[in-house]
Design a protein around this ligand. Structure first.
Ligand code: OTU
Length: 641
């Protein structure tokens, strides 16, 4: 179909018939790809399972609300909307933010004031009453848990968000269900059909084989990867917690059932679906069962089917894995070339925390310079903190090349953040230390990890000053890096660790709860009334967000380049577009002022009459004898003009 004919169809938007025609067109265009992919994953299924898939595609489309079908077409026309500088995200727990979905709706003006227009709500569907991994053990993929409200509340919220041109991201826990999901219940009751939805074994022969090469995700609380289920008299694969059963994607019925769940979720008005733990979708004896080619094919099959039914919905890859493995989830290596549009920039996140602890940027520079490039149509979610731990996803080879010992270096980072060094300002906790491997991860809120908690406790004004500056600097980097910046709710007001989880039997073993605080509305109510570290952080962030949204150079479309300054404490990267727009981002990770030789800043075009112009403060910075001085933990956004 040519452009003009497509336009005619799209412009007569309101007609159901046209939207149906467009669906049929998409199906016709992608059918061969989908079929090839499906049969490559399920070669033994003959054509029966594929026929089932073909049958449900139009049914799922039929159920999609008209307004979303139109939005799909609009998004195809607009192109890569998710790369815009106008997007600004926040991740939050609905109950910790303001009670429930209605409470959230009452506080939408808070996001508007800050400039946030993209929300990631943590899981809100039904889950077991006791331990439930913060909702990542799902009893259902679409049924809203009573504590958050009803389906109607969610639909009301999404329609308001749509009107306000705000976006919604929800989780799709694609790798596992809880042990209380109806499929798991039927499996426990002996139903063979549903036992085949999971990896279940009558004895330990195969589980033991798997264990030889499977790492442990939660070694402290849930060692091993299998759980014996007495009702079933079988061993079930549970890679995460013992109550999270891994879905068996070698079974085509699992894929088809999960596709229905995915579309149902998308039909609720979700713009971005976060594919949780997607690196784990395929399991193979003799491997670590992460990032396997078959996992990529399964994700691609989801994407292709969604492309036909709900092309306006996009996917975020939650793959907290090595840099070279993360980029693969953009799809370039899969059979169709299509997987997720967005991926977490976990590498940048870990490297920034590494630079804070070491006060040096060499590893950051080396890793980013050598990192595999993402495709032009993909984008990052850039973040410094989230609800999870900080894993030390650093490349050992690069640590070695810097003359450091990887094991020793990792131990230093854990010591620095987990209160084992007197001089460290960080107040973090250790998470899932594995004595067998020496691996450990870190939990704690951004503010506590950056020294605000200690500073306030000790009434140490220098520590407090540095903590505020570090919080601003870290956020300034993710705001300008290219991609969607995702603030973790509470960080915009320097929220400290929340130790109340220690009193809760269902939470106390999982130190990630220390960084899942309640939103402090007392602080927020005082934002315009007094000056505190918290209000200072909020107002500075708000200003930077506004600057980002006004300047197209922040969009992911523009170029990105990192430079080496010769100063080991400084990070510099440039954003530039074909027009004369340019932005030079400079960050000092040291607690002393640092200087940079300004001659090459001049060559890049950021110097006029021996002055630089900072977008954040609107100040002109004068050079001293050919050097630019950068204060401790200062972030500069130098403008070309
Ligand atoms: C995700 O994280 C979620 O973000 C966690 O909150 C869940 O507990 C988990 O899945 C299970 O649903 O192990 O420590 O990429 O790092 O998928 C976090 C690999 C996790 C893992 C990631 C997982």
């Amino acid at each position: 179909m040519n452009q003009a004919a497509l336009h005619r169809l799209v412009s007569s938007k309101s007609k159901k018939k046209d939207l149906d025609t467009l669906f049929e067109l998409r199906l016709a265009t992608n059918l061969t790809l989908i079929k090839d992919l499906f049969l490559s994953i399920y070669p033994d299924s003959q054509n029966k399972a594929f026929e089932n898939l073909l049958l449900i595609l139009p049914k799922l489309f039929e159920k999609r609300p008209q307004i979303l079908k139109k939005q799909d077409i609009h998004r195809i026309e607009v192109g890569n909307w998710y790369q815009s500088e106008k997007l600004m995200g926040m991740q939050l727990y609905v109950d910790h933010f303001n009670k429930n979905l209605k409470g959230l709706q009452d506080r939408l003006s808070y996001f508007e004031d800050l400039g946030v227009n993209f929300l990631h709500l943590m899981p809100i569907t039904t889950r077991p009453k006791g331990e439930n991994d913060g909702g990542y053990a799902v009893n259902s993929y679409t049924k809203i848990d009573k504590q958050y409200g009803t389906k109607k509340d969610l639909q009301e919220l999404t329609s308001i968000l749509q009107k306000k041109k705000m976006y919604l991201m929800l989780d799709f826990v694609v790798n596992h269900t809880s042990d209380e999901h109806q499929w798991a219940k039927k499996a426990k009751a002996g139903d063979k059909k549903y036992q085949a939805y999971y990896y279940s074994y009558a004895d330990q022969t195969i589980p033991k084989e798997f264990e030889k090469t499977l790492p442990e995700v939660f070694p402290e609380t849930s060692p091993g990867n299998f759980t014996y289920i007495a009702e079933m008299e079988k061993w079930v694969m549970t890679v995460f917690n013992s109550y999270q059963w891994d879905l068996n994607y070698t079974n085509p019925n699992v894929f088809i059932a999960m596709l229905s769940n995915l579309v149902e979720l998308s039909n609720l008005g979700v713009d971005v679906v976060r594919f949780d733990a997607l690196a784990f979708l395929s399991k193979k004896l003799g491997t670590n069962s992460q990032n396997l080619p078959q996992a990529h094919n399964i994700i691609s099959l989801f994407r292709m089917c969604l492309q036909v039914i709900a092309p306006g919905t996009i996917l975020l890859a939650e793959a907290i894995v090595a840099p070279s493995d993360i980029v693969k989830y953009f799809g370039e290596e899969s059979k169709t070339g299509n997987e997720c549009e967005i991926a977490y920039n976990a590498s940048l996140m870990a490297l920034l925390w590494n630079s804070i602890a070491t006060k040096k940027t060499a590893l950051l520079h080396k890793s980013l310079t050598n990192a595999p490039k993402k495709p032009v149509d993909g984008t990052w979610v850039n973040y410094i903190r989230c609800h999870d731990d900080i894993g030390l996803g650093l490349d050992n080879q690069f640590i070695n090349e810097l003359g450091w010992n990887p094991q020793g270096h990792r131990k230093f980072l854990l010591d620095y953040y987990c209160q084992r060094l007197d001089w460290s300002p960080a107040k973090g906790l250790s998470f899932m230390y594995n004595p067998k491997t020496g691996d450990g991860r870190i939990t704690g809120s951004a503010a506590s990890l950056l020294g605000l908690e200690k500073g306030l406790q000790e009434k140490n004004s220098e520590l407090i000053r540095q903590a505020i500056d570090k919080i601003i600097m870290m956020h300034g980097i993710i705001l300008s890096f290219g991609g969607i910046p995702l603030i973790y709710a509470g960080d915009e007001i320097g929220t400290l660790n929340d130790y109340s989880f220690l009193n809760n039997a269902n939470k106390k073993e999982d130190s990630r709860w220390v960084n899942r605080p309640q939103q402090d509305w007392n602080v927020i109510d005082a934002l315009t009334k007094k000056t505190t570290p918290q209000t200072e952080i909020y107002h500075k962030l708000k200003k930077m967000i506004a600057i980002r949204k006004k300047n197209s150079v922040f969009a992911d479309k523009s170029n990105w380049e990192i430079y080496h300054t010769g100063n080991e404490h400084i990070m510099i990267f440039e954003r530039s577009s074909k027009t004369k727009d340019g932005l030079l981002v400079i960050a000092n990770f040291d607690n002393s002022p640092q200087v940079i030789d300004a001659s090459w800043i001049s060559k890049l075009g950021y110097l006029r009459n021996q002055e630089c112009h900072d977008l954040i403060t609107y100040d002109s910075i004068k050079l001293t004898s050919g050097f630019l001085e950068v204060n401790p933990y200062q972030l500069l956004w130098l403008q070309k003009d």
